[in-house]
Ligand binder design. Structure first.
Ligand code: ADP
Ligand code: MG
Length: 242
């Protein structure tokens, strides 16, 4: 069974076609990088995967559950970190998580256990009583990851989670999520417009103007960083990095 299976997905905003003929899968425990320039359709895809938008065409299955037909079962297997942070800056780390646990219907005692667990996993236990406002960007993102994992999904979606972070925090966050993927057997769909967040061992999906223009093991698409950069530039018209 695949963690995620997207079949013949298409989506339009009125007359504007945002996604066309998208098919791909993400296997359990694998790290998939969805790479595409601004406007490629990454956030539109995340909105469809999280059911913020209704399916117009095609099908999405999460751990074998169709999002159209068994939305609750499908959504239960899925955790998400949206492009725009959705934390309350004036609540503490723990309060943000507690609120979310309640939304998921976790009983108080169970919520406490899960919050302790996730904060430890994200190395945030010592920050739990601080307001989110006091945390730096990388730590705020980790709070969002902890929150996304409270209900123990099998698939984690991150939409440009590293955008706006300084280069060191950006790569630290990327490494951190890879570690979770390895240690927890979590499937990850990591969207980005930055090539240096892709590693040779990733399943790579290159999205341009709503279409997948390449998909497969990153090392096959570009034998090394330089040729992956060239391939990305050729396929998307993006300027090649010097
Ligand atoms: P990305 O996340 O890759 O930057 P988006 O999914 O945000 O791309 O956008 C894909 C395309 O859809 C872009 O051309 C964008 O202008 C368009 N688009 C996004 N949101 C809307 C919307 N609410 N209404 C109309 N067009 C939109
Ligand atoms: Mg986006």
């Amino acid at each position: 069974m695949n963690a995620l299976e997207v079949s013949n997905l298409a989506f339009a905003y009125g007359a504007r076609q945002a996604l066309q003929d998208l098919s791909f899968r993400v296997e359990p425990g694998s790290f998939a990088a969805l790479l595409g320039p601004n406007g490629a359709g990454k956030s539109t895809l995340i909105a469809l995967l999280t059911r913020l938008y209704h399916l117009q065409q095609g099908d999405i299955q999460v751990m074998g559950n169709s999002l159209g037909q068994q939305p609750r079962q499908a959504l239960r297997q899925l955790g998400v970190v949206f492009q725009q942070s959705t934390l309350d800056l004036d609540l503490s780390v723990e309060q943000n998580l507690r609120y979310h646990a309640a939304l998921h219907g976790l009983a108080k005692a169970q919520a406490k256990v899960r919050i302790d667990e996730e904060l430890a996993r994200q190395q945030l236990d010592e920050r739990r009583h601080e307001k989110v406002r006091a945390l730096n960007g990388g730590h705020r993102r980790r709070v969002e990851i902890a929150r996304a994992l409270l209900h123990r999904p099998r698939l984690l979606l991150l939409d440009e989670a590293s955008a706006g972070l300084d280069p060191a925090s950006r790569l630290a966050l990327n490494r951190h999520v890879r570690q979770l993927c390895r240690d927890q057997g979590l499937a990850v769909l990591w969207t980005t417009h930055l090539l240096d967040e892709v590693q040779a061992s990733d399943e790579l999906l290159i999205l341009n103007r709503g279409r997948l223009v390449a998909q497969g093991p990153a090392q096959r698409i570009g034998a090394d960083d330089a040729s992956l950069a060239a391939t990305f530039a050729r396929l998307t018209g993006a300027e090649e990095l010097a």
